[in-house]
Ligand binder design. Structure first.
Ligand code: UT7
Length: 351
C-alpha cells in the first residue's frame, strides 16, 4: 500500500488562506519538543559488555553514545516530558489538546495505550488517546493520522508523539544489535493553520511490504509467541534483525520513497533545504543521499549522540533543527523513515 497525492505548489499557498485545493484545512506544526534521559551508554561502556570496539561501532554506524532510561522509567514518562515541551513551545494548554497519538514499539503495556498514560501524566483530560505501531516509520504514520484529523476539521489540536525505551527490548549480550539502540521521545503539536506564515505539513505518504515481516522483529510477547519461560530462555523478547538485509532494504526503499515523494509534488530535489532521515545508521543515510545526488550537507545527523531511537528519531531531529535556527520560514523539508514491517513513510513540510 502506498499513498502519493498531489502536493500544493509554492505559488498556490498565498492564495489559500484556510482551505486547500484537495480539501480541508491547512495543518500547522505549532510546537516541537524532545526529551532524552540523562544516562549515557557510550561505546566504551559497550566494550566492557560485549566483544566490540568503539572504532568498529563508530565506523559501521556513526554512533558514539546513546541515552538509556533508569529502571522503572517507561516510554510514557519520556513521551510526557517531550509533549509538555511541545505544548509550551506552541503556547497551548494540555486541556486544549483534543487528540494524543503516540507512535511506539515499546509501549508501557500492550494495553492501555501509552497515549492514555501520557493523557493522565500531562492532564490532557479533553483528549482522545491511542497508539500507532509502524516501527521506525511510525512517527510519520502518526503524523499522517493527526494531519488528516486537522485537515478534515474534526479537531483543532493534536499531539503527535514518537517515544521509545528500546533499552528494555535490547539484548545486551548480542553485539550485533545492542550497539544500535537508544531511548528518547519527541513530539509535535499540530494545529489548524491560521495566517500565511507558519510551519506546515504539506503532505504525508505511507507504505508497507508485509513479505519481509521476519527481517526485523521482536518475536515474543504477542499472540503468536506469548511470553513463556521458554520464549524468555530463547531470548525472543528482544529485538532480532538480519542486519545486512535490513541495511540494503533500507537504502533501496528510502531512495524509492524519497524520489516518489518529490515526483508527486511540483518541487524538484533542489527546492528542498533539508532532508531529515530516520537515524538508523549514518551509512544508510549517506548512501541514500548519494543515490539521490543530494549534497551531504543537506541532511541532518544526531545518531552519534542518541543511536537509533526508532519512532523518536524524526521528532527529536525536528526539535533540534528548530532550536538550531538552521532553517528560515518557507524552507522545504523532506522527512523519510524506514522500519520493521517493513514500513516506510515520508512527509513534506514547509518551515
Ligand atoms: O531502523 C532500522 C533498524 N536498523 C537495523 O536493523 C540495522 C541495519 N543494519 C545495520 O545498520 C548494519 O547491518 C549493522 C550496523 C547492524 C552491521 O554492520 P555491517 O557492516 O552490516 O556488519 P555485518 O553484520 O556484515 O558484520 C561484519 C562483521 C562480522 O564478522 P565476520 O563474520 O566478518 O567475521 C560480524 O560478526 O562484523 C562483526 N560484528 C561486530 N564486530 C565488532 C557484528 N557486530 C559487531 C560489533 N563489534 N558490535
Amino acid at each position: 500500500m502506498s499513498t502519493y497525492h498531489k502536493v500544493l505548489t509554492r505559488k498556490e499557498f498565498p492564495h489559500k488562506a484556510n482551505m486547500e485545493r484537495n480539501g480541508g484545512y491547512r495543518v500547522a506544526i505549532a510546537g516541537t519538543g524532545a526529551y532524552v534521559p540523562p544516562k549515557r551508554l557510550t561505546n566504551r561502556d559497550l566494550e566492557k559488555m560485549v566483544d566490540t570496539t568503539d572504532e568498529w561501532i563508530t565506523k559501521r554506524t556513526g554512533i558514539k553514545e546513546r541515552r538509556i532510561v533508569e529502571d522503572g522509567v517507561a516510554s510514557s514518562d519520556l513521551a510526557s516530558k517531550a509533549a509538555m515541551r511541545a505544548l509550551k513551545d506552541a503556547k497551548v494548554s494540555p486541556k486544549d489538546v483534543q487528540l494524543i497519538i503516540t507512535s511506539t514499539i515499546t509501549p508501557d503495556s500492550l494495553f492501555p495505550s501509552t497515549s492514555c498514560y501520557v493523557q493522565k501524566h500531562i492532564g490532557a483530560k479533553n483528549a482522545g488517546a491511542f497508539d500507532v505501531l509502524a516501527a521506525c516509520a511510525g512517527f510519520i504514520y502518526a503524523l499522517s493520522i493527526g494531519e488528516n484529523y486537522v485537515r478534515a476539521g474534526m479537531v483543532d489540536n493534536v499531539l503527535v508523539i514518537g517515544a521509545e525505551t528500546l533499552s528494555k527490548v535490547t539484548d545486551y549480550t548480542d553485539r550485533s544489535t545492542c550497539i544500535l539502540f537508544g531511548d528518547g521521545a519527541g513530539a509535535v503539536l499540530l494545529r489548524r493553520a491560521k495566517g500565511k506564515h507558519c510551519s506546515e505539513v504539506l503532505s504525508t505518504h505511507l507504505g508497507a511490504d508485509g513479505k519481509h515481516t521476519d527481517v526485523l522483529t521482536l518475536p515474543a510477547g504477542g499472540s503468536k509467541i506469548p511470553s513463556t519461560t521458554k520464549s524468555i530462555k530463547e531470548r525472543l523478547h528482544y529485538i532480532k534483525f538480519r542486519g545486512r538485509e535490513v541495511f540494503k532494504l533500507a537504502i533501496t526503499n528510502l531512495t524509492k520513497i524519497m524520489r516518489k515523494t518529490i515526483d508527486s509534488s511540483d518541487y524538484t530535489v533542489d527546492d528542498f533545504s533539508l532532508f531529515i532521515l530516520h537515524q538508523s545508521n549514518f551509512r544508510i543515510i549517506e548512501a541514500t543521499m548519494e543515490r539521490l545526488h543530494i549534497p551531504p550537507e543537506k541532511t541532518f545527523f544526531n545518531i552519534d549522540k542518541y543511536g537509533n531511537t526508532s519512532s523518536a528519531s524524526i521528532p527529536i531531529a525536528l526539535d533540534e533543527v528548530k532550536k538550531s535556527g538552521r532553517l528560515k520560514p518557507g524552507d522545504l523539508v523532506l522527512l523519510a523513515a524506514f522500519g520493521g514491517g517493513l514500513t516506510w513513510s515520508s512527509s513534506i513540510i514547509r518551515w
